[in-house]
Ligand binder design. Structure first.
Ligand SMILES: Cc1ncc(COP(=O)(O)O)c(C=O)c1O
Length: 453
């Protein structure tokens, strides 16, 4: 019998997160205060995040201890299995070995609890009683709802309206874990009211929902905001994925030629990729590929620029690939990939050519996801289908070149709560949507007056 899974026992789970800031090939550009144009300091962020997470956000320490209380909760589903996708390999008929890290085994069904649990923990020990957040597809909202329940915090989630309507079961997961879920744009915040006044039918976007959640957090007592992607500390927490994968592949004497993840704000991709990016910075040969939607082509079509993280311009200016903060992506089913910007760490490493990005359209991603479901049997989240489309792409390139390749990718979540999207695809209702260049040009006008990197 050939080995299909590599598992770690509880004691082998990594006890530290890896911080790439200690190994960056060139210095990153700092976040700027929009008023002064100067780098933001910890005090600027204090109304929004607890100081212990702000310290992590700016830390240059290479290894950061995972607190015992977090390790204990990680053990509910971690270490996650590393699996060889032999059935998918056969179906593709290409000279590739495909390994995937199954992050869909967490209680919320994705990688998001890897950061939700430590974020709730750090807020709790800082004395915070309540968290507000946004969610796209609902994966992050449900993960934070679960983490807040673990550490006894109140939780309010602003969920992008189009996903709220497409995915009622995600809302019910949040409610089951005791959180409140509000469709965004809403009338609970000034940011939401302004959008609704201009566009009463707005499908919402992550940029709008972030504005609502930040405003909510800073206007309620003992509250803070939690973000499910993009920021340095979020990517740091996700590195447990890649660190485990490295241990697992080492056990079977394998090093990947290609590492792949889908990218919305960049957190699961960074999670699997950053430990390999470290190796690459130190001379190892490995391709690292982020897969994004062609309807929201942040890294493949957007400029590397300073921009706000949200529509209402409440966040600091981040140096990143961006489509402009007022860009509202088409309501594709991969709700978690509909974000105008990209994690500054990922953006910097793409700019430095340590990583690269490729865009895939909704039809090809569902085609890849259904092939996966019909061979490996686990049904992937629509976001994860982008990573699978990139795996297919790499496998076909290997076939053309007649070269053997080992591919590792992050299977970021299951799609059992996204079956309406599969229904649309299987019944032929899903359409190809290509973003017109004029729309990108229009949206980028919003960043014209901002500082340049
Ligand atoms: C299953 C899944 N994969 C990927 C993503 C994209 O987020 P990120 O780029 O932060 O990993 C999401 C976001 O909601 C998700 O739910």
């Amino acid at each position: 019998m050939e080995q299909t899974k590599v598992v770690l026992n509880d004691k082998e789970m990594p006890k530290k997160w890896y911080n790439i800031l200690a190994d960056m090939p060139t210095p990153m550009r700092p976040p700027l205060h929009p008023g002064t144009g100067k780098p933001v300091g910890p005090d600027d962020l204090a109304p929004v995040f607890p100081m212990n997470l702000i310290e992590q956000e700016v830390s240059q320490k290479r290894w950061i201890d995972i607190p015992d209380a977090v390790l204990e909760k990680y053990l509910l589903w971690r270490p996650t299995p590393l699996c060889r996708a032999r059935n998918f390999e056969k179906l593709l008929g290409a000279p590739v070995k495909i390994y995937y890290k199954n992050e869909g085994v967490s209680p919320a069904g994705s990688h998001k609890p890897n950061t939700a649990v430590p974020q709730a923990y750090y807020n709790k020990v800082f004395g915070i009683k309540r968290l507000a957040t946004e969610t796209g597809a609902g994966q992050w909202g449900s993960a934070l709802a679960m983490a807040c329940k673990i550490f006894d915090l109140e939780c309010r989630v602003y969920m992008v309206r189009v996903s709220y309507e497409q995915k009622p079961y995600r809302r019910l997961m949040m409610n089951t874990w005791g959180a409140e879920c509000i469709p965004s744009p809403s009338t609970l915040t000034n940011a939401g009211k302004q959008v609704l006044a201009a566009h009463p039918d707005s499908p919402g976007s992550l940029g709008i929902a972030i504005s609502e959640a930040v405003e909510d957090a800073v206007t309620h007592q003992n509250s803070r905001y939690a973000l499910g992607s993009v920021l340095n500390h979020v990517l740091l927490h996700q590195t447990i994925i890649g660190l485990e994968a490295q241990k697992q592949l080492k056990k079977i004497g394998v090093y990947p030629d290609v590492v792949i993840g889908c990218a919305g704000g960049g957190s699961n991709f960074a999670g699997i990729a950053l430990p390999y990016a470290r190796d690459k910075v130190h001379g190892k040969k490995v391709s690292i590929i982020a897969a994004e939607p062609s309807s929201c082509p942040t890294m493949t079509k957007g400029p590397f620029a300073y921009d706000f993280g949200d529509l209402a311009k409440m966040t600091p200016l981040l140096c990143m690939y961006t489509l402009g903060h007022d860009f509202v992506p088409a309501p594709i089913h991969a709700g978690g990939l509909r974000y105008h910007g990209m994690a500054p760490i990922v953006s910097h490493l793409v700019k430095e050519k340590v990583m690269e990005a490729r865009a895939y359209n909704q039809m090809e991603t569902f085609d890849a996801g259904v092939k996966w479901a019909r061979s490996e049997c686990f049904i992937p989240a629509p976001e994860t289908n982008h990573a699978i489309a990139a795996v297919v792409d790499e496998a076909m390139r290997a076939k053309e070149e007649g070269k053997e390749k080992v591919i590792l990718f992050d299977w970021s979540g299951h799609g059992l709560v996204d079956l309406a999207a599969y229904d649309a695809y299987l019944s032929g209702k899903l359409q190809q949507y290509d973003l017109p260049d004029e729309e990108i040009q229009r949206a980028l006008k919003a960043i014209e007056g901002l500082p340049k990197p």
